[in-house]
Structures are given as C-alpha cells and as structure tokens.
Design a binder for this molecule. Structure first.
Ligand code: HQG
Length: 174
C-alpha cells in the first residue's frame, strides 16, 4: 500500500482524535489521550511517521506523551481536556466570515460544533483561521474585560485561547 502523505496523516489524526475515536475502536481518556499502538494499527502507519507529523505540525495540533497521543484542541466528542483557567491578554482575535456576522452580533460567538470558541492571540493567525471559509473578517475580543467580568478562559497546549462563549458586548469589528 502507498505511504500516506504527512498532510493526509495529519487530517486522519485530527478526524479520529477530535471527532471519531470510536472508528478506530478507541475512547478518549481524560485529557483526550488514546494509546498509540492501536491507532498505528488502525491507520497502518509507523510511530516514526506519527512522530514526524506531531512534531512537525505548524500548529502543534497533537501531543505525544510516552505511549499515548492526543489532539490538543478542536474536539467535538465529549472529553474532559483538563484545561486550567488562565488569564488572557487584553485583546484576542477571531477570524470569521461575512455571512456569520448577523448571528454573531445577535448571539455572540458560540462554540458551534466544538467544545469552545477558538480565539487567537494575534490578528494574523485569526485571519488564517477565517480565510478557511473565504474572505475573512477579523473580530477583536476584549478578553481582559471579559475575564474581569468573571468569564473563564483556557489556553490549549498549542496556544489556542478557548472560551465557552463570547457575548456580543465584548466583540469589536462585527
Ligand atoms: C462561526 C482550525 C454563526 C465562527 C482553526 C466560525 C481553528 C458563528 C464557525 C479551529 C457564531 C465555527 C477553530 C454564531 C461563531 N453564529 N456562526 N453565533 N459563532 N460562529 O471551525 O474558529 O486546523 O468550529 O466564526 O485553525 O473557525 O482544525 O471554528 O467561522 O484554530 O487545527 O462558526 O479549527 O484548527 O467554525 O476554527 P469552527 P473556527 P485546525
């Protein structure tokens, strides 16, 4: 069989570890961890290939620890990621697309299919996230104020800021 490209393997790992561990016969342990061995068998890849993808990923999407692997964020299946609350910078950014703006103005940012709203610490990253759906719109989130008002923030191992929702009052640029 042909060797999967690193990109294809990264896509498969994201899919299995965030959305469909059951397809590989796995369940996510607290933190999102699964044992590496059965995953390698399911994907028919080597540990070396997975290490290359995990360590080489621009976004550090995965963590490898001993004989276990996880996705650092982006899950839709129920999982306790064991995130600790953290104090965000004054401003965070979210890249979205024009057709979502009416709903965002009315209801704020919602996690949609994921567990959290994903926020970036710089506008360039937010622009890249938004550009996945066409011409992006960059929203500025007054995260410091929001945190002072009692909203919890978390930061994933790969530096993505997460919040349960972002009320419209803290969003500029919509
Ligand atoms: C929008 C990728 C209507 C939101 C990226 C977004 C990121 C609303 C979409 C990570 C809304 C959800 C996450 C509301 C938010 N009404 N639309 N009230 N609130 N939206 O993919 O942030 O490459 O779940 O603006 O790089 O785009 O997979 O979230 O457009 O880090 O590692 O609903 O996924 O990372 O889309 O992306 P998503 P996202 P990976």
């Amino acid at each position: 069989t042909e060797r999967m490209t690193d990109h294809a393997l990264s896509r498969r790992l994201s899919y299995l570890l965030r959305h469909a561990p059951h397809e590989a016969g796995l369940t996510l342990a607290p933190g999102g961890w699964v044992p590496l061995a059965p995953l390698l068998t399911h994907l028919n890849v080597t540990r070396t290939q997975v290490e290359a993808v995990a360590l080489g990923s621009d976004k550090q999407r995965f963590s490898l620890r001993g004989e276990h692997i996880r996705a650092n964020q982006g899950h839709s299946v129920p999982v306790d990621l064991q995130l600790t609350p953290a104090t965000p910078p004054t401003l965070l950014y979210h890249g979205t697309y024009p057709a979502a703006l009416d709903a965002i103005r009315a209801g704020g940012l919602q996690p949609m299919n994921r567990h959290h709203v994903h926020l970036s610490s710089d506008p360039d990253t937010a622009r890249r996230v938004g550009a996945r759906r066409g011409p992006p719109v960059i929203l500025t989130i007054r995260a410091g104020q929001m945190h002072d008002a009692g909203h919890a923030f978390f930061v994933s191992e790969n530096g993505v800021w997460l919040a349960d929702t972002v009320p419209p009052a803290y969003i500029d640029g919509a």
